[in-house]
Design a protein around this ligand. Structure first.
Ligand SMILES: Cc1cc2nc3c(=O)[nH]c(=O)nc-3n(C[C@H](O)[C@H](O)[C@H](O)COP(=O)(O)O)c2cc1C
Length: 204
């Protein structure tokens, strides 16, 4: 089993990454493979709503980090999306990334487990956590919680290292995710069969 942990912050080894590493360590202890997928610092465009992904094998026309992620997501069993708080919201990079990844390739994430985490200096973690959770919760995913809302505090990696409760929260995400993944593997139940999607656009 494999979990991809996405670092949506500008620092490859920053506070967000520290949180993801802490989760990954717990998953690894349970023999679950992990990969930290850093979005990098190149610009990530937002979704332009062109609909080409519907015609191009669930890939975005802009062949960037989103498609690299979707190639890996097809065979992964779980995901963690991590973001620093930028103005009480998720980073612009991960927002654009998630819009396009879920719009183009949401089917590769459906039915899998997911957890979202936020890192911040002082405020906005809950709002960011709520924002990130919007993606798995509209995509038939199994969202994993922890012993506190999934956040760690510190302006950088060194400061976040001192947030002992935050680190524990991350470890508990890892433990809970490993447990759910193992339960799913052991039960080996058929996936839910959904009715055809009904879309109502509130025009009548
Ligand atoms: C543009 C920008 C906006 C930020 N806004 C907030 C904020 O609203 N609240 C907060 O507590 N920290 C804010 N921060 C601080 C970061 O959330 C914090 O440093 C974070 O832990 C850095 O994570 P990283 O090392 O993974 O980038 C902001 C940082 C940047 C660069």
């Amino acid at each position: 089993m494999k979990v991809i942990l996405v670092n949506g912050g500008p620092h490859k080894n920053g506070a967000t990454n520290l949180a993801l590493e802490e989760i990954a360590k717990e998953l690894n202890k349970e023999n679950i493979e992990t990969e930290i997928f850093w979005l990098g610092n190149e610009p990530i465009r937002g979704c332009i709503g062109c609909g080409k992904c519907r015609k191009t094998n669930n890939r975005c026309f802009d062949n960037d980090v989103v498609n690299q992620f979707l190639d890996k997501a097809e065979t992964a069993d779980g995901f963690v999306f991590g973001s620093p708080v930028h103005f009480a919201s998720a980073s612009g990079a991960i927002t654009s990334f998630l819009d396009r990844a879920f719009y183009a390739g949401g089917k590769y994430l459906t039915g899998k487990v997911c957890s979202c985490v936020a890192s911040c200096r002082r405020g906005g973690a809950s709002a960011t956590f709520d924002q990130l959770n919007k993606y798995p919760l509209i995509n038939n995913m199994y969202v994993v919680g922890s012993s506190y809302w999934n956040q760690i505090h510190g302006n950088n990696r060194e400061e976040a290292t001192q947030d002992l409760e935050g680190l524990q929260t991350m470890r508990n995400i890892g433990k809970n995710m490993a447990y759910i993944l193992k339960c799913m593997e052991k039960a080996n139940l058929p996936k839910p069969v959904y009715d055809d999607t009904i879309r109502t656009n509130f025009i009548r």
